[in-house]
Design a protein around this ligand. Structure first.
Ligand SMILES: [Zn+2]
Length: 608
């Protein structure tokens, strides 16, 4: 039988106008007393032994707890006349406490998988586990410093200095406590606080305090403004959507060259400088309820150029810069390995061939488990081919940014779904452009079937490529087999060591049997215009059968030149549609003369 202790002694002075004579824990939150919400939440998580510490208005709280809906809970109230602070109140109830217990503050609204929090606490065997989360104003918050294992090193009060020496982690006021570990506190003579007095003293005495970091919803509602905000979040479903058992949409970010400027290997916190507008973009993602995971290869750790402590400082600095504009990341996941040994000062145990170094997928998998990521609706933004390949292998949509390496590393055959100027532009694309783009493309699905070829006509090469990726996603989501014709590729015979130099025309020759008859074909291709430094392994294979749909990411003229006896060609005539849209915005033209017109108003808005 798990025990939860609710600290319900606060007077609620700042919330007076909303209480209408009720004690603070009974404040109305969207039509229900907060205490009722807490009790139901705790009961659902298997906490049935409830101790409520009250200091006034006990009769109202007691009467509320006798309601029939709480009959499965064993609720007891401990009443204190003398205000003695949260630590004092807890210690005065010592004899009633279980060997381990959960502490909940009576003014917090939460939707948390407390059972998981409890389980992790058991695994770490900590004296106290603290629920921590990043927030959007770390500069004026009390911050909790933890090490690489999650152990709490200290509590820091603002001001935090200009460099940002601490991670963006804030105490959310929910703890799991081993009773014995607080026995030393006794009954204090003066009022004392759990976070301000008891925990720092425990750290000094060598107790193990462990941070538990989670994105789940927990907020105090101690002022009218906070109460209104939390109420709005409840109504709009924010609290429920942030529950850990709900799959979370996420954006994975590479670090160097994507979030921060590429400056060789960063070895000092002061070398961290964010790319243009990335902080504001991360904030937009926070607001849109995307979880943000940084996934980064840091071979500098294996080489011994940076220590774990140094890496922590670099990431503290990065989070600080991000926090300055009110944004935060939900997790930073690091591969410290590197396969090649033989350098001075290297760390031999990190010089291994691992599966977490991108383009390996284990780092992304770890982050996805930690944040319960809905992979199909999530993205990766990165600047190198290893990022893009890792994304493709993981089933994430990918955006290559032109900052940092800008894809110029050419190490892997990896084709990004989209290319954007920088991380901020990539985020805007995800949030504001991609869904309208899909919506605008959806009508084409009605007229496409297996064996078709789709062409985008009258649009620039860059836009054609965006349209091709978007329609590809739609078709694949609709369980159709679709391929984007690789615009910039050679055809290549598997048994030939050298690709043909004729580019697309040669590829067209190779495709002709499929285009002009029903013959299934298999074409190996290699990118041609990125090819100068290309390693030999740059081959993609495209198999086309009778049910395949080919999205032709090239001018329509190529196809008109050959007889297309067997194929139905859907020409998406963007130029004509543009003029139609100008006359009547958002009018969807019906297919005319075999061409399909799109509702391009939305698309055009995206691109303007
Ligand atoms: Zn690794």
């Amino acid at each position: 039988m798990r025990q939860a202790v609710i600290l319900a002694g606060g007077r609620g002075t700042r919330l007076q106008e909303r209480l209408a004579g009720r004690p603070k824990p009974m404040v109305d939150v969207d039509g229900q007393p907060l205490l009722g919400r807490q009790l139901r939440e705790l009961g659902a998580n298997g906490f049935t032994d409830i101790v409520i510490l009250v200091s006034h208005a006990a009769a109202q709280i007691e009467a509320f707890c006798t309601k029939a809906e709480f009959r499965d809970l064993a609720i007891s109230l401990i009443h204190d006349d003398v205000p003695q602070g949260t630590a004092g109140a807890l210690l005065s109830a010592y004899d009633r406490l279980a060997r381990q217990f959960l502490v909940v503050y009576g003014d917090t609204l939460f939707g948390i998988d407390v059972e998981r929090f409890w389980r992790v606490h058991q695994e770490t065997e900590a004296d106290v586990s603290l629920f921590l989360h990043p927030n959007d104003h770390p500069f004026d918050s009390d911050l909790v410093e933890i090490d690489g294992t999650g152990r709490v090193l200290g509590f820091h009060h603002p001001p935090h200095g200009v460099l940002g020496s601490f991670p963006n982690l804030v105490n959310a006021a929910m703890y799991i406590v081993r009773r014995e570990s607080i026995a030393f506190w006794g009954t204090a003579a003066t009022p004392s606080d759990i976070a301000r007095n008891l925990f720092p003293e425990m750290i000094l005495r060598g107790a193990r305090l462990q941070g538990y970091v989670s994105f789940e919803y927990i907020k105090d509602i101690g002022t009218p403004e906070r109460l209104d905000k939390a109420t709005r979040h409840l109504r709009e479903g924010v609290v429920d959507r942030a529950r850990r058992d709900r799959p979370q949409k996420a954006v994975f970010f590479d670090r160097d060259g994507t979030i921060n400027e590429l400056a060789g290997y960063i070895t000092r916190p002061e070398d961290v400088a964010l790319t243009d507008g990335v902080g504001e973009a991360l904030r937009l993602l926070n607001d849109a309820e995307y979880r943000i995971a940084v996934v980064t290869n840091q071979p500098a750790l294996a080489r011994g150029d940076v220590s774990n402590e140094g890496m922590r400082r670099i990431h503290n600095r990065m989070q600080w810069l991000i926090g300055r504009v009110g944004a935060f990341v939900d997790g930073i996941f690091i591969c410290p390995h590197h396969p090649d040994g033989g350098f001075d000062g290297e760390i031999p145990q990190l010089k291994i061939l691992c599966d977490c170094r991108k383009p390996g997928t284990a780092l992304i998998e770890r982050a996805a488990v930690e944040l319960n990521v809905d992979i199909e609706n999530s993205w990766l933004i990165g600047d190198s081919t290893s990022d893009i390949l890792a994304a493709t292998r993981s089933g994430l949509r990918s955006i290559l940014v032109k900052t940092g390496e800008g894809g110029g590393d050419r190490k892997y055959a990896a084709r990004p779904d989209f290319v954007k100027r920088n991380a901020a532009a990539a985020v805007r694309f995800i949030l504001y452009e991609y869904m309208p783009l899909l919506a605008a493309m959806t009508p084409i699905l009605d007229s496409v079937s297996g064996g078709d070829v789709i062409i985008f006509d009258g649009v620039s090469r860059r836009h054609r490529s965006i349209l091709a990726s978007a329609i590809h996603h739609l078709l694949v989501e609709g369980h159709l087999e679709a391929h984007v014709m690789p615009l910039d590729s050679f055809a290549r015979d598997n048994d030939e060591s050298r690709p043909e130099p004729n580019g697309t025309l040669s590829l067209l020759d190779r495709l002709t049997p499929w285009l002009c008859s029903d013959r299934a074909i298999c074409v190996a291709t290699e990118p041609c215009n990125w090819s100068r430094q290309r390693p030999a392994s740059w081959t993609e294979v495209m198999s086309l059968g009778s049910e395949s749909i080919l999205i032709w990411d090239e001018d329509a003229a190529f196809l008109r030149d050959i007889g297309l006896a067997r194929r139905c060609v859907q020409i998406v005539n963007v130029a004509s549609a543009i003029s139609a849209v100008r006359v009547a915005p958002r009018v969807l033209a019906a297919p005319v003369g075999g061409d399909v017109f799109l509702d391009l108003a939305i698309v055009l808005e995206c691109w303007s």
